[in-house]
Design a protein around this ligand. Structure first.
Ligand code: SAM
Length: 329
């Protein structure tokens, strides 16, 4: 397994397949002024497969497709099929807002997808409209149900908590874990890209310490669960007798850079070395000039070797070049 210069084992590649999205969450995408990648600049399915083959050859085992909204990619099924067929791929997951999953859940499962994470910030249709803007609760909920029926489990819901939007509704989401074997995870806002969404992410930030307090005030104590996977970014808890898990992803109040096992590939073919730094290594050029798997693997190993120690959010520094929708979380 490849190790970076801080002795972290890096075996997880998150692949952004598009920067387009069918939502405009207030902290992620502005309503105006967006410029999306032209098609030819994005890696095609065969190029993505080649990176995955090279990654497996150097020891990567876990893969996740993200975006933008990955289900907007017309060839998503082909991408999943190609990756799932690579020997050595142990885990293939997708991060989605689930809106298109009513028709895609089953075909994606059949193509070889293992699991999904769904982004849903509230169970209140009004709050969803305000916070996720183009999102409709019923559509997302139907998508989640389709994922569950298709066996894309365990269902993991991700909710980003924002002051003045959904902060007062976190207990309703956490309550889902009492009856269902789902993971409901609360994510702290991070400022990326330096624009209006970064500013909002700072202004509306709610610490997970506060979120957990609110949940426990309404629903009773949460007991910690033994960490199964040390590089799991969530700290996991359970209510007594509950079927599911409540997780807290706290990059700001409790950074987990020390156990980071992640590398990212952008839709335009760059290895992005750390979510919250701008460092990147270009791989598309190599892919398009006939590089073999070994050469692509060497670029990836260089990217691993150059991974920064961690983020500098508390010193007021984050990405300037990339926003979250261009990286995928
Ligand atoms: N479209 C997919 C989705 O909705 O999950 C995948 C991409 S989206 C960028 C991945 C995750 O990043 C979502 O859970 C989203 O809420 C989260 N996210 C976006 N901007 C964020 C920010 N500023 N801080 C924390 N999380 C953010």
């Amino acid at each position: 397994m490849p190790k970076d210069s801080f002795d972290r084992e890096i075996d997880y590649l998150r692949i952004s397949v598009t920067d387009r999205c069918n939502l405009r969450c207030v902290y992620c995408m502005p309503l105006e002024g967006l410029r999306f990648l032209p098609g030819p600049e994005m890696l095609n399915a065969a190029e993505i497969e080649q990176v995955v083959r090279a990654a497996v050859a150097v020891g990567f085992r876990k893969f996740r497709l993200t975006g933008g909204e990955p289900t907007l990619r017309a060839d998503l099924l082909e991408i999943v099929e190609r990756i799932a067929a690579v020997p050595g791929v142990r885990d293939l997951a997708l991060t989605t807002n689930a809106i298109l999953m009513t028709r895609l859940a089953r075909p994606l499962r059949d193509a070889g997808l293992g699991r999904i994470n769904v982004h849903l910030d509230s169970l209140n249709p009004k709050t969803v409209e305000q916070q996720m803007r183009w999102g409709r609760f019923e559509e997302i909920w139907r998508g989640i149900m389709a994922c569950e029926q298709a066996g894309l489990t365990p269902i993991k819901l991700n909710a980003v908590v924002a002051a003045g939007y959904n902060e007062g509704e976190v207990a309703d989401l956490a309550r889902l874990t009492i009856e269902r074997d789902w993971h409901v995870r609360f994510i702290e806002l991070m400022p990326l890209g330096g624009g209006e969404c970064a500013r909002l992410s700072i202004q509306r930030y709610v610490s997970n310490i506060e979120t957990r307090r609110r949940i426990e005030r309404e629903l009773g104590p949460l007991a910690p669960i033994e960490a199964g996977n040390p590089s799991d970014e969530a700290r996991n808890y359970q209510f007594a007798g509950a079927r599911g898990v409540v997780g807290f992803i706290s990059p700001v109040s409790e950074p987990y850079c020390g156990t980071c096992n992640r590398m990212r590939l952008t839709a335009d073919g760059k290895f992005h070395l750390c979510l919250l730094n701008d460092n990147e290594l270009y791989v598309r050029g190599a892919l398009r000039s006939g590089a073999d798997l070994e050469a692509v693997g060497r670029i990836l190993l260089r990217a691993v070797g150059e991974k920064p120690t961690g983020h500098h959010l508390l010193q007021g520094r984050s990405t300037r070049e990339r926003s979250m929708y261009q990286l995928g979380g």
